[in-house]
Design a protein around this ligand. Sequence first.
Ligand SMILES: [Fe+2]
Length: 431
Amino acid sequence: MPVSAESAIGSREALLQVYRQVRRQTEDICGPLTIEDHCVQPIEDVSPPKWHLGHVTWFFEQVILAQFQRGYEVYHPLFFYLFNSYYLSFGERWNRPLRGALSRPTVNEVNEYRHAIDERFERFINEVNEKDWPAVRGLTILGLNHEQQHQELLVTDIKHILATSPLNPVYRERTGEVPRGCVPEQFVGFEGGLVEIGANGSGFSYDNEQPRHKTYLSDFKLANRLVTCGEFLEFMHDGGYDDPNLWLSDGWDWKTAEQCSRPWYWHDEDGKWKIMTLSGLRDLDPDEPVSHISYYEAYAYARWRGKRLPTEIEWEVAALRSEGTPAAGNFLEDMLLHPRPTGPKTADTPEILQLLGDVWEWTASAYLLYPGYIRQPGALGEYNGKFMNNQMVLRGGSCVTPRSHLRLTYRNFFQPEKRWQFSGFRLAEDP
Ligand SMILES: [Fe+2]
């Protein structure tokens, strides 16, 4: 049963079944890792897998068990401090850039913590009184969605950890067929007018997707697929990284300071482009979607092409009208762990491709509250609401997003310079 099917998770046993499945998936992700892989933090954005394993468990202990179980005794007096991420409502926490400095607790001790909380949690769910059950059920579904978010972060952090080593280690060998070639880029017209976007409350959604609301939209055109590596290479060969007229001022300063001249994980080996993937170092496939680029690079490319990035409203309206579902996309469960080319055009090729899965798509929209948004009091208001400044919205999920975690209304958000997620883009234009 998918985590997003909130209304179907009515009984305690149904909830526990989903709980066990999500918790197992997290441990499966860590299956191929060595103890050493679990512990390092090559950059501040990346957390050691050991920390993720503890933090998602912390959520169930501090947010649910400690609040609702009478006389609850904490598992360890310092684990709330070590594994709290950014919830000021819960007090002091360990410094984020130093998560990789902790050799203790050990990986085994963190896994023991996980299993102990799982046992406590299962017992608690079976015993919780009827008065508390609706709140506990709601927070558990939130905790499971939170753990799925961290499953994606785990994989992207593992990629960065492994790619930091010159040995280019393989996380999982690639299996299965990958399409070759891609459809020609075309721009599909959409009629504007008064539209509705946002979550309608029929299943789980985060507060930042709510409320569903009306907004006015002009007619627009959206590219039928993502921008590819081959196309981005043309931008590079044309001096795109060296032309200040293409860049936002902040983007130019960032690019200059970072000495950035290519997407992350690209390597120039004697004039031949290679790309580091979760399956090791491979030849660059010009037909696959470009990934691990910043908002600034996406913006500069769009300007070079005389186009623009879509707004998040345009993206959502196009997704709704295209009747896209996560079923067809390339997600974590497909285990490709890399964006996939569209393959050649056939009689069955849909008009719009790659909206869901493959890469998160940068939009031209700042991450702001929707009209009528209510930030919840206390810790829950810290989950999404307090980040609504200086970040841009990304849509559609990536090849390492759990499939059942994604919705057409889902709003991801990152600062414009971030590149360690699977972030790409498609173009838009005015008619
Ligand atoms: Fe978290």
